[in-house]
Design a protein around this ligand. Structure first.
Ligand code: GRG
Length: 296
């Protein structure tokens, strides 16, 4: 299969659905909604929605009635980036090749844009319009997956440990745990949500969860590598910031060569988890490799 064409086709689908679902910037709320739209439509790779969609398709189901569920992932992801870039967090002024949200709209607006996107994700997920394509039981299951993965036992918790660890020596187990929460949880949730949409059996759900956890790990290891090996221009965000903030990363623990090996191992384990699936899971296999070879 041609992954480049696949990614561009799915990205277009996600962009179109988001443009349709997102609130228009008009009236009194116009500045607030404009701030949300600025980051949402700033040119992200849309990896999480595409993973959700590809998982649903791997199980032979048509994801098109579920676009609000698929787009909710990008709302959570974008909110996390806006808040991560704030002066109180990583204090970055470049993201997706553009000035960060707080640089353009001010800190208070950026906090609210993140809050708005976080809340909007659950608005999308809980919409009655999703029924009857989605049963109420599955809708609840999906809401539970996304809220658990986004909150204190997932992404927010990972960020909290990350911030508390800055400038400190932490054991590798802490780094692994914080990675699995901060980055891995939302990526795994994207796959699990696609599994629920695609009516996965319990063994399929378990296999897909293993796939999701391994690509989540690979994604973060590669993000650590790109921070060292990439350029600011290529990444669209500041390169070298981890070392500047004295962050513990895979390269700081293992060096570059061993870190590359670990990323490739995680990709191989993800692909292994897909052995029970037929060729309709090929996009998931290709996406696992893309996560290693991506340049931003
Ligand atoms: C502020 C609650 C809160 C959480 C922030 C995700 C996160 C937690 C912080 C981002 C820090 C970071 C750079 C993590 C590494 C992995 C990651 C999420 C990279 C960015 O995701 P991509 O590459 O970005 O999918 P695009 O721009 O393509 O959407």
């Amino acid at each position: 299969m041609n992954l480049k064409a696949y990614l561009s086709e799915k990205r277009e689908l996600v962009e179109a659905a988001m443009a349709q679902l997102m609130l228009p910037a008009q009236g009194e709320l116009s500045p607030h909604i404009e701030a949300m739209r600025y980051s949402l439509f700033a040119g992200g790779k849309r990896i999480r929605p595409i993973l959700c969609l590809a998982t649903c398709e791997a199980l032979g189901e048509d994801p098109s009635p579920f676009m609000p569920v698929i787009c909710s992932l990008e709302c959570i992801h974008t909110y996390s980036l806006i808040h991560d870039d704030l002066p109180a967090m990583d204090n970055d002024d470049l993201r997706r090749g553009k000035p960060t949200n707080h640089v353009v709209f001010g800190e208070a607006e950026a906090i609210l844009a993140g809050d708005g996107l976080l809340t909007f994700a659950f608005d999308l997920l809980s919409s009655a319009d999703l029924q009857p394509a989605l049963t109420a039981e599955k809708q609840l299951q999906i809401i539970a997956i996304l809220s658990r993965a986004s909150g204190s036992l997932g992404m927010v918790g990972g960020q909290a440990i990350d911030i508390a660890s800055e400038g400190k020596e932490i054991p590798f187990e802490t780094l692994r745990y914080l990675h699995s929460c901060k980055t891995g949880a939302l990526i795994t949730a994207a796959v699990q949500m696609g599994a629920v949409l695609g009516n996965a059996s319990s063994s399929q759900y378990r296999a897909l969860t293993t796939y999701g956890q391994n690509i989540g790990l690979a994604f973060q290891i590669v993000d650590d590598l790109l921070n060292v090996e990439g350029t600011t221009e290529q990444l669209g965000k500041k390169a070298g910031s981890d070392a500047e903030l004295d962050k513990a990363t895979y390269p700081s623990f293992f060096g570059l060569e061993a870190t590359h090996k670990k990323a490739k191992e995680a990709v191989a384990q993800a692909v292994d988890a897909l052995i029970p699936f037929n060729t309709s899971a090929d996009p998931l296999r290709e996406l696992a490799n893309y996560i290693y070879y991506r340049k931003r």
